[in-house]
Design a protein around this ligand. Structure first.
Ligand code: MN
Length: 271
């Protein structure tokens, strides 16, 4: 078994340079196969995407079937999303590049998530969005599938607006598996930061990976607080929503939160 020091060194490599190395491989393969390769994204993007997957699992936002994507910072018509594996196991080599029709640029045998159309249609419709999460968060689901609206009761969750809209896909909470369903979800999302999916889950969008991760965590907390108020038999006194501009661009993404989560991530992997 590797020593703690070796493992820590490995984690440092994973978080810093491996993302770039994996992307170099992606670009070389894409060039060899005749597909147009994009310029490199910001060097921090893939490491953030990998760490974000792990953080969202640890914070109870996503489980086996959730996913986090990021728009390419150097090509607005491309985005990055892991291949279809459990988010807690995602590493830089698992990150695939897609166009805005959800075609993989260079799949190399890797399987893509069925629900990737959620991401591509949001990026197509919302130039302000740079990161998307689709999740089935246990604390959020009761509001997706009942007559109780999800509204802000916690200061850091006022970005959700006055009340989170609900998209309904059939009577069985079906997955979004094509462009038409994804477009309807995007219509329900509108210019907001969050949409619920009846009997299924939610989508959360933001102008960066760090902000979308932060928003998901605050949304999850807001849902639990609201459930507690209702379980206590109380009447929620809802907060005033953030102004529309803040619902799009602002909210969450505090660097001290992210720094703490990364430290926790390193401690856990180095354990
Ligand atoms: Mn789903």
């Amino acid at each position: 078994m590797p020593s703690t020091v070796t493992r820590r060194a490995f984690v440092a490599t994973l978080v810093s340079s491996a993302g770039c190395a994996a992307l170099d491989v992606n670009r070389a393969h894409a060039a060899a196969s005749g597909q147009s390769a994009s310029a490199a994204p910001d060097p921090g993007l893939i490491p953030d995407l990998v760490a974000g997957n792990h953080i969202l699992v640890r914070k109870g936002v996503i489980q086996i079937n959730g996913h986090l994507s990021a728009r390419h910072t150097a090509n607005k018509n491309r985005f990055f999303l892991a291949r279809a594996i459990a988010p807690e196991t995602v590493a830089a080599a698992d990150i695939m590049e897609f166009d805005l029709d959800s075609n993989a640029i260079d799949a190399r045998g890797r399987t893509a998530y069925t629900e990737r159309f959620i991401h591509s249609e949001i990026y197509k419709a919302r130039p302000d969005v740079m990161a998307v999460v689709h999740a089935h968060t246990p604390s959020v689901l009761p509001f997706a599938t009942s007559d109780i609206p999800l509204r802000p009761v916690y200061q850091l969750a006022t970005f959700i607006g006055e009340s989170v809209p609900v998209y309904k896909n059939g009577d069985r909470g079906e997955v979004v598996a094509n462009v038409e369903q994804a477009r309807e979800l995007v219509r329900v999302l509108g210019n907001g930061a969050v949409a619920l999916m009846h009997g299924h889950g939610e989508v959360v969008v933001a102008p960066s990976v760090r902000t979308v991760v932060s928003r998901c965590i605050e949304l999850e907390l807001n849902a639990r607080i609201l459930q507690n108020i209702l379980a206590m038999g109380g009447k929620p006194v809802y907060l005033r929503p953030a102004p529309p501009a803040a619902q799009q661009g602002g909210g969450g993404g505090f660097s001290r939160d992210w720094d703490a989560w990364i430290q926790e991530e390193k401690r856990l992997i180095g354990r």
